[in-house]
Design a protein around this ligand. Structure first.
Ligand code: ADP
Length: 346
């Protein structure tokens, strides 16, 4: 599809270039032809005058101007010059046609490249998302069909079945919300409305939200805040902090501690979330921000719920703020996520 579009686009570009080139060449041809004729006439006139002037020293019997019966400019030479101009202009146009075809093909390719990338990205996204929905939906359907045929199903079993299905539905809803968020932040890229916000306020709000979860695992959260003002969206920065803090809790053992710190440097404000959890293998680090990526599918799926979308959303929020979200980790020792944002005085 893209190859055909590229060829079509190249043809249009070349057509436009050739129309301009041919029009320019026609103009040049008319102009040069006139110049050659003007030159011939001028030359003829000058030689005629020169011969007439010489004639003043000759004995004339009449005052009539002298007529010459020979051509002072060779018409064959004139015709040859015009033909040569035609030849050069045709050659130039053929050259432009060949050169512009190559250049336009490259140009069309680079124009279409981002669109092609976007379409492929969307295709991947749809396929990944459908895959994530498919597995729980299929399992729910199978269970429901089997149990509906089961005549011995009693009320307690039916309630348990409904409970299990409800859990699946809640998880699917979470997945759906994460997908909608990804889409929304993608759209926000072109129309963001930012104001001066305190990064530490976003981190505080996140801690408040995650504390009940941390308490369940007896994890302590230590806050080390230096007031830092950035240009951004408080709700989005809070959401990013919640995602990082939620992960820190999810992937940390019981009774461990997590540090949330905001710092201010000359041109940057930073938010750091440091845990002493399971850590991430170095080889996996480049992929953890990809959609639907989980370091260890069995570990995340069976012990910790998640679809591998949290960090993708977090990265999008960081990008929306022209910031950088980076990670450092050591297996068995812990992980540090750092968000760096351009600082604004508030
Ligand atoms: P999930 O919903 O699976 O947690 P995320 O996108 O939030 O998805 O994270 C992607 C993967 O990165 C997770 O599956 C997990 O393996 C790894 N990860 C993220 N944060 C941490 C952390 N603080 N410690 C260890 N592993 C982490």
């Amino acid at each position: 599809m893209f190859h055909a579009a590229r060829l079509k686009m190249t043809a249009w570009y070349v057509l436009i270039v050739m129309i301009l080139s041919i029009l320019f060449s026609l103009g040049m041809y008319v102009l040069l032809r006139r110049e050659v004729e003007r030159f011939s006439q001028g030359q003829r006139l000058r030689i005629t005058r020169a011969l007439q002037d010489q004639g003043q020293f000759m004995p004339y019997t009449t005052m009539q101007p002298v007529r010459f019966n020979f051509q002072v400019v060779d018409p064959v030479l004139e015709e040859e010059t015009i033909e040569r101009i035609q030849f050069v202009l045709i050659g130039v146009n053929i050259g432009i046609l060949i050169l512009s075809s190559g250049l336009c093909y490259l140009l069309a390719g680079s124009t279409l490249a981002p669109i092609q990338e976007m379409v492929e990205e969307q295709r991947r996204f749809i396929s990944d998302a459908s895959h994530e929905f498919k597995t729980p939906l299929t399992s729910m359907r199978t269970t429901l069909e089997v149990e509906l045929r089961n005549n011995k199903l009693n009320l307690v079993e039916a309630k348990q079945l409904m409970q299990d299905n409800l859990q699946e539905v809640v998880e699917l809803q979470t997945l759906n919300e994460a997908l909608l968020k990804l889409d929304a932040y993608q759209k926000h890229k072109n129309g963001r409305h930012f104001e001066l916000v305190k990064l530490d306020a976003a981190a505080k709000a996140a801690i408040k939200k995650i504390t009940p979860l941390a308490k369940q695992k007896k994890i302590t959260i230590q806050a080390q805040f230096v007031p830092a003002t950035v240009m951004g969206n408080l709700a989005q920065l809070t959401e990013l902090s919640v995602i990082l803090l939620d992960n820190a809790v999810k992937y940390s053992p019981e009774h461990s501690s997590i540090t949330v710190a905001t710092t201010e440097q000359r041109h940057h404000a930073q938010l750091q979330i440091i845990d002493n959890g399971v850590g991430i293998p170095t080889a996996q680090l480049p992929h953890i921000f990809d959609r639907f990526y989980r370091v260890d599918a069995s570990r995340t799926k069976n012990q910790v719920s998640g679809y591998g979308l949290g960090l993708a959303v977090a990265r999008q929020i960081a990008e929306l703020h022209d910031g950088k979200l980076s990670v450092k980790s050591e297996v068995g020792r812990g992980t540090t996520f750092t968000l760096s944002l351009g600082k604004r005085e508030g």
